[in-house]
Design a protein around this ligand. Structure first.
Ligand code: AVJ
Length: 310
């Protein structure tokens, strides 16, 4: 199992120290995606209950021809948080020459890039480390139109309106005459969220509880998974699924010699998954300088993909 780099461990320690000092403790979602966490996430996407992936694939298959016609052969796909590098395959054709997967888990995407190269031997792939919660600068030698790809409704995972910064930054990253293909999860009956985020195989729970394992290995804490419970609910007021790990007893940890206490019953937030309507996302896109060209939904109307132009 590839290890997390020293600098990433330092970032993990530093950001937890800040976030555990707040009244409501959170762990930013980007820390889910170490090598093991990326594997756990991939397992979630394969559960029947996690409609996000299935709906997204259904839409991508439906629109791939249109998208290919629109962009011709002069483009570079830039994927934010590519993870398992699956969905881009639907849009790739022998015409596309460049693909830049960006991800926080570099070892993971290097491994996935090798698999992709077997299917598209002529494709030039440049797997690149990136924490897209900050502005990302690309090399200025990238050819053709840049088409950004941001899937899985990860646009919903920002706290405190961070999605506004992301969209503004992405526009700057991709530059003039660029496009963004973005997956957006829609508001719907909350029973569907309940099943997706509490699947019977406990994939979502394992994915979230992996943060405990990560803290133990990288920060030398001595926590037990059995002393935490995964809890996930749809918050109607916020229009978001919120996930937590709840401490089952009072426990103390030290990070960088700083002491933190988890009280019995205390919730540590591990994710927020904001949900949108076609209208609310269109407004968000417009307010961050993007033009909405088109949007598509899956048959069940659970999910949407937007094509934006800079
Ligand atoms: C990939 C971050 C968008 O919030 O739906 C899935 C992660 N967490 N099940 C989401 C996730 C629990 C997912 N994102």
């Amino acid at each position: 199992m590839p290890k997390t780099s020293i600098s990433e461990i330092k970032t993990f320690a530093r950001e937890l120290t800040i976030n555990f000092s707040k009244k409501k403790k959170i762990i930013p979602s980007k820390f889910h995606y170490d090598f093991l966490g990326s594997i756990y996430f991939d397992k979630i996407t394969k559960t029947k209950e996690y409609y996000v992936t299935n709906s997204e694939i259904e839409i991508l298959r439906k629109i791939s021809k249109q998208i290919n016609q629109l962009f011709g052969n002069k483009l570079t796909y830039v994927e934010f948080g590519s993870g398992a590098i699956d969905k881009i395959k639907i849009l790739l054709s022998s015409k596309v020459k460049f693909y830049i997967p960006l991800d926080i888990s570099l070892d993971f995407i290097k491994k996935e890039s090798k698999k992709l190269l077997k299917i598209f031997p002529k494709l030039k792939i440049s797997p690149t480390y990136c924490d897209y919660t900050n502005y990302v600068k690309l090399s200025n030698k990238i050819p053709g139109i840049k088409v950004g790809f941001f899937l899985g409704s990860s646009i919903g995972n920002f706290y405190n309106n961070g999605e506004i910064n992301f969209l503004k930054n992405a526009k700057k990253t991709l530059g003039k005459n660029s496009y963004l293909i973005i997956g957006v999860d829609l508001k719907k009956d909350k029973s569907i969220f309940k099943k997706a985020y509490n699947d019977p195989s406990n994939s979502a729970a394992k994915f979230n509880l992996n943060l405990i394992t990560r803290m133990n290995t990288e920060l030398n804490t001595n926590l037990a998974i059995k002393d935490f419970e995964y809890v996930s609910n749809y918050n109607n007021r916020k229009g978001a699924v919120e996930s937590f790990i709840q401490s089952k007893k009072k426990q103390t940890i030290f990070i960088n010699k700083k002491k933190f206490i988890f009280q019995k019953g205390e919730y540590i937030q591990t994710e927020i998954s904001n949900k949108f309507t076609i209208k609310s996302f269109s407004n968000l896109a417009n307010n961050t300088g993007w033009k909405v060209i088109k949007s598509w939904k899956d048959k069940r109307k659970y999910y949407s993909i937007f094509l934006l132009q800079s």
